[in-house]
Design a protein around this ligand. Sequence first.
Ligand code: DLL
Length: 436
Amino acid sequence: MEKAYWNKAEETLERSALRKLQLKRLRQTIDWALRTPFYKARLRKSGISSSRDIKHLDDLKAIPFTTKDDLRECYPYGLLSVGLKDVVRVHTSSGTTGTPTVIYHTKEDIFRWTDLVARCIVATGAGKKDIFQNMMSYGMFTGGLGLHYGAERVGMTVIPIGSGNTRRQIQLMHDFKTTIAHITPSYMLHLYSKLAEAGFAVSDLSLKKAYLGAEPYSENTRKKIEELFGVDAYNSYGLSEMNGPGVSFECVYKRGMHVWEDAYIIEVIDPRTLEETPAEQEGEIVFTTLTRSATPLLRYRTRDLAFIYEGGCKCGRTHRKISRITGRTDDMLIINGVNVYPSQVEEVIMRIPQVGTNYQIYLEKEGSLDKLVVKVEIYSKMFKGDLRELDALQERMREDLCASIIINPEIELHEPGSLPVFEGKAKRVVDTRQKL
Ligand code: DLL
């Protein structure tokens, strides 16, 4: 396989040189952080009053974690480390669950972020000849602008349509012969269910790759999307606190996502003990920014669960890889005392071929007990067949799920297009249980 890089020297930097660079950049980041009211107070408490107090990378571990709540308390300017005149862009979280979190960028910060995104794109084998349809929303959400800038830097032809308006998406994909879609996995599945209605078949499109991210999804969902569209689907992970997309992306070997370690220090911790997990063991991902001057973040707890792969990659990149995100410390459901992650449910149902493109996990109270209902859309041809086939399918799903999550769910089979659709991040879980 041909090895293409955006910046070979940076992407294949020898590990010891990479660590040296991390230390240099960590010191710089500490100096930036000390200019913010929040970190000035916090770092002084940990005995750090200048970057000279950081002698080794391990000294980072003496610094307390930063949490989403810290970011909220700092709203709006508590984490700004440069003068506002140097800020060229602001991104905030949606703020639907309280005070938003805000991240500022200088011109150089945006340049460096864009470069990371360009690395990701080239790592998938894409380049100037590609037609890139950006179906992630633009605006405060980082998915749209983040990839947009990177795609332009690489020199691809960008269609900045944003999310939604499915018919138009399909029409433009056809007319402009789009080769790469940037999209959430749930919206990609929805798009498939609308193809025929829009008067097209997959064979009318020129799609070669899909960049899927911004929400959790299973390996079986990736496979399904690859089969339905005949594309190579790449996993893309990032979060607005770390700029957005461009933190971590799969290369053509698709075994884990490279984390750009010259821009981020990654740690994996046990969320209960806060100790580092042993090699290749799953835990909560913690990131420290190394190249963002306007809003440096030290040891930010993402709440996302994954592990770091040991060893190198056939692509030659020396930056380590993380696994698919298996859940979040805050999305675990406790159903009659049993811990269940929504991703476990998706993993099981998406390997059943009759399952269509949408599903929902529904929780309700039945007396004093919790009841789990999994609502699944299945292909319409199933409803035209023998009723016994439907019963058998329902039973198989129930058995498979029961074996995986140790809960006996009720399965509801739905016609295509009947469950709620999301053009951005999907809301898969509806929990109607009274929270006491
Ligand atoms: O979702 C940034 C992004 C945009 C990533 C486009 C990839 C593509 P936020 O809105 O801040 O930023 O949401 C970040 O989404 O902490 C994860 O819980 C989840 N997430 C993002 N990518 C993935 C992924 C963007 N590939 C939060 N797999 C993160 C699983 C993901 N979860």
